[in-house]
Design a protein around this ligand. Structure first.
Ligand code: FES
Ligand code: FES
Length: 150
């Protein structure tokens, strides 16, 4: 089915099966591979994108459902080669090891700080609660969000 997606401020016309997920279209059709496949069932955060000011799982959303939304992926954050404060803070705090979960964490942190510029530690923990990290960088990720908020 032909649909149009608004991704990072650009309209993309794609022809996809009705069951295609936003995640598969981002990665396989649009080459936006910063959004990762993890669990495929909305539980790990690797595939998070921002829509409506919230971090949402692109693996449980069909591309057709997403066609009614303005979507931001991790590729849409840095502008003109300049990292965002959240991205800078993740680098400064070394809040990554293998990096597989990092784009999803950065998306969750960005959505949080857009809603709540000065979150409490509990709010940060809550916002990252669905971002699973097999390398265990949770402490550094929390400090990165605090640094970005500061
Ligand atoms: S791959 Fe989407 S939440 Fe895990
Ligand atoms: S840094 Fe490896 S999964 Fe999080």
């Amino acid at each position: 089915m032909p649909i149009e997606l608004r991704i990072n401020g650009t309209t993309h016309a794609v022809d996809v099966p009705p069951t295609a997920t936003l995640l598969s279209v981002l990665r396989d059709d649009l080459g936006l591979t910063g959004t990762r496949y993890g669990c495929g069932i909305g539980r790990c955060g690797a595939c998070f994108v921002i829509a409506g000011g919230r971090a949402i799982a692109s693996c449980t959303l069909t591309a057709e459902q997403a066609s009614r939304m303005e979507i931001t992926t991790v590729e849409g954050l840095a502008q003109g080669g300049a990292l965002t404060p959240v991205q800078d803070a993740f680098v400064a705090e070394d809040a990554m090891q293998c990096g597989y979960c990092t784009s999803g964490m950065v998306i969750s942190a960005t959505a949080l700080l857009e809603r709540t510029p000065h979150p409490t530690e509990d709010q940060i923990r809550e916002s990252l609660a669905t971002n699973l990290c097999r390398c265990g960088v949770y402490g550094r990720a929390i400090r990165a969000v605090q640094r970005a908020a500061g």
